[in-house]
Ligand binder design. Structure first.
Ligand code: 5GP
Ligand code: ZN
Length: 117
């Protein structure tokens, strides 16, 4: 079934509490936790509890949950007192995607160059 947990998915395991993570927020549909290899003073991942391989697949199947991810990203930014921040959805290996469970990177707390690398 689309959206069902995948046995080999790291982020499904974090959702299910099988792998520890520094969780900063949880809602009915999302979990937000600190990236293990932070690229900025604040680097939080916001993920849907359901498994879709990227943000576009999530939005196509579960638009309400995709919106929840964006709202949670804003709440993380507020809680981390970020005036400006960046949301990144790496999509595809060529863009650096390594985990095939949709996730928003919320990055802030330093200058963020534009365009990004
Ligand atoms: P991607 O490269 O797919 O856009 O992002 C995956 C992110 O997951 C990376 O920034 C990586 O540091 C992070 N990550 C990988 N494994 C773990 C883990 O076990 N725990 C946490 N908290 N983050 C992880
Ligand atoms: Zn998953």
């Amino acid at each position: 079934m689309p959206g069902e947990p995948q046995a080999d998915c790291l982020f499904c395991k974090i959702v299910e509490g099988q792998i520890p993570a520094t969780i900063v927020r949880e809602s009915d549909t999302t979990v937000a936790f600190r990236d293990i290899n932070p690229q900025a003073p604040t680097h939080v991942l916001v993920i849907p509890k359901v498994h879709y391989e990227n943000a576009a697949a999530l939005a196509a199947a579960e638009p309400t949950i995709a919106a929840d991810v964006l709202r949670e990203a804003q709440t993380v930014a507020d809680e981390e007192k970020l005036e400006s921040y960046r949301i990144v959805f790496n999509t595809g290996a060529g863009a650096g995607q390594t985990v095939w469970h949709a996730h928003a990177h919320v990055l802030g707390g330093r200058g963020l160059e534009w365009p990004p690398g």
